[in-house]
Design a protein around this ligand. Structure first.
Ligand code: FSO
Ligand code: SF4
Length: 545
């Protein structure tokens, strides 16, 4: 195996024996094989599009498959074997329908033609189609940057799709991006251009998901979220999928089972549609990487709707973990949708009834719900605070949390920021400082949480609005600094989206991606002023200079 798609890549270069995330070598390879096979499907799918054929099933398959390969989403070998099999069947079906309609099916690339039907053959093939099969390190770096971008894009597209919001343009771009990574004739400049185009679709997909979420569940509201517990048996729901959240609340209503969010599901508490459920108690625990301990004390079953799964350390815990959607873990019960798209969470609910209530690990409340609608409704107050000098600067500290000790930097950074600054956050990065008492500025909390990582889109909308209000020509003239923490591929699409919006001088930590070759890193530094982080003191000086 060779995998370097996340921030934890071993030795800062890549995992080669087993993933730091816990992914086994065979699963890592099968994920590569799946992506390779998707590239083959996309060759035909682009033709099908030209012919005006219905590509819905293929589009969704590609989207879901890409999502399963995101860090910490799916560790289940059998899920990947099944997907590769499906992919090969689907590829042949699309090929047949293109052929029938008189389209071009003459692709001599191996990705368009290879075939096998045994697990052994999949494992063998998987060893030779991975990241390292591209020899030139700059081409490899750009290809993977694009692939990781569309993995993140696919994740957001799937959440939107689950709410019946889809975009043909986004699906077509995913095809185009996949196919481009097979094309040896593309120059580095062309691949750079495609990387930036990926960012454009990153903005589009986040806008689509924002529309899906807010039109379905209302605009997030300023909310005090309870972090303590009640005395009923309960289910903990993790991941990002709001449709699953809704289903679980509906199905648990009146059963005597409470529901708590975990990690990236916390922002579900901010949506009006979910507030009507009196058995929706609040949020339990912290960011994904602390789940090992927190799932123990939660006592009840846990439902993963997406990543981030940490391999459960024993069987007892594994038995309490359920997965659905793109997520999966061997030995955990997976709940799939039926042919009508419904999901039956009753096994989770039945288990909850037999479990003790959660053990309290914290008390109190945290505040969030500062997505674009809320912040823009407070625009006058915010603008006044900036004009009067009460707020000197905003710090966008969105992104991910992770288990590396070096991420304590973000807690310290938040603590040491001058009192006249405000943190704008989204994603699980917030857990590094959302329980500190950082106070407020004239009633505006110093940590404004917009929501999940995809709600970084809200932060961009807010920035664009402020640019307009202050009549600036360039988004970079705003008193906003970007100190972003990344972990997996959704953060990659968020980053590319910000670059597309023209944001410069983003600092990315705790380390720069292993998949950036020195030359590609230079392009990002020279064109966009991307930088890493050093230490809190020096970085604060730099940001505040
Ligand atoms: Fe975090 Fe995991 Fe949301 Fe990621 S829970 S790390 S960028 O999946 O997607 O922020
Ligand atoms: Fe390593 Fe990250 Fe890949 Fe897991 S996802 S194998 S930790 S680089």
């Amino acid at each position: 195996m060779f995998c370097f798609q996340c921030q934890e890549a071993a030795k800062g270069t890549g995992c080669t024996v087993k993933g730091v995330c816990g992914k086994t070598s065979d699963v890592a390879n099968l994920q590569d094989l799946l992506v390779y096979t998707l590239k083959g499907i996309s060759l035909y799918n682009l033709e099908a599009r030209k012919l005006g054929l219905d590509t819905t099933d293929t589009d969704r398959f590609i989207m879901e498959s890409l999502f399963t390969t995101i860090t910490n989403a799916n560790f289940d070998r059998s899920a990947f074997i099944a997907r590769v099999k499906n992919a090969l069947e689907l590829r042949n079906e699309v090929k047949e329908s293109v052929k029938k309609s008189g389209g071009n099916v003459n692709f001599d690339h191996d990705a368009a033609n290879w075939f096998a039907d045994s697990e052994e053959a999949f494992d063998e093939k998987a060893k030779v189609v991975g990241v390292l099969s591209t020899e030139n390190e700059d081409v490899r770096s750009l290809r993977e940057l694009i692939i990781y971008g569309i993995k993140g894009m696919a994740a957001y597209a799937e959440h939107a799709s689950n709410l019946k919001y889809e975009s043909k343009d986004i699906f077509a771009f995913i095809d185009k991006a996949l196919v481009s990574t097979l094309d040896d004739s593309l120059s580095a400049d062309e691949l750079v251009a495609l990387t930036l185009e990926t960012g454009k679709y990153g903005v589009d997909v986040m806008a689509l998901l924002d529309k899906a979420n807010t039109e379905t569940y209302g605009n997030p509201e300023i909310t005090k979220v309870n972090i303590g517990v009640r005395n009923n048996p309960a289910i903990l729901i993790s991941g990002h999928d709001l449709r699953d959240m809704e289903r679980l609340l509906e199905q648990t209503e009146g059963t005597g089972v409470d529901v708590y969010t975990h990690s990236e599901m916390l922002p579900a508490n901010y949506y009006p549609a979910f507030k009507k459920y009196s058995h929706f108690v609040g949020n339990y625990g912290n960011a994904w990487w602390k789940q090992d301990k927190e799932f123990e004390t939660f006592n009840g079953p846990i439902l993963f709707t997406t990543n981030c799964i940490v391999p459960p350390r024993n069987e007892a815990l594994r038995n309490r973990i359920f997965t659905t959607g793109a997520s999966g873990y061997p030995g955990c019960t997976h709940i799939s949708a039926d042919e009508n798209g419904n999901k039956d969470f009753s096994p989770v609910i039945e288990m909850a009834k037999k479990c003790p209530a959660p053990t309290e690990i914290e008390k109190g409340e945290i505040v969030g719900g500062f997505a674009h609608n809320t912040v823009l409704s407070l625009a006058d107050t915010v603008v006044e605070a900036v004009k009067s000098g009460a707020i000197k600067r905003f710090f966008v500290m969105a992104g991910c949390d992770g288990r590396m000790k070096s991420r304590d930097y973000y807690t310290e950074f938040a603590q040491q920021l001058p009192k006249d600054t405000v943190i704008l956050t989204a994603g699980c990065a917030k857990y590094k400082y959302n329980k500190l008492d950082l106070g407020d500025i004239g009633g505006i909390p110093r940590v404004l949480d917009a929501g999940q990582c995809n709600d970084s889109y809200s932060l961009a909308v807010i920035a664009l609005k402020l640019k307009e209000v202050f009549e600036l020509n360039d988004i970079n003239e705003l008193p906003i600094s970007y100190n972003i923490a990344w972990y997996e591929q959704k953060a990659v699409i968020v980053l590319l989206a910000l670059l597309h919006l023209g944001v410069k001088n983003i600092h990315l930590g705790p380390t720069l991606p292993a998949f950036l070759s020195p030359n590609v890193a230079n392009v990002l530094v020279n064109t966009f002023g991307i930088g890493g982080i050093t230490n809190v003191e020096d970085d604060l000086k730099m940001f505040l200079a």
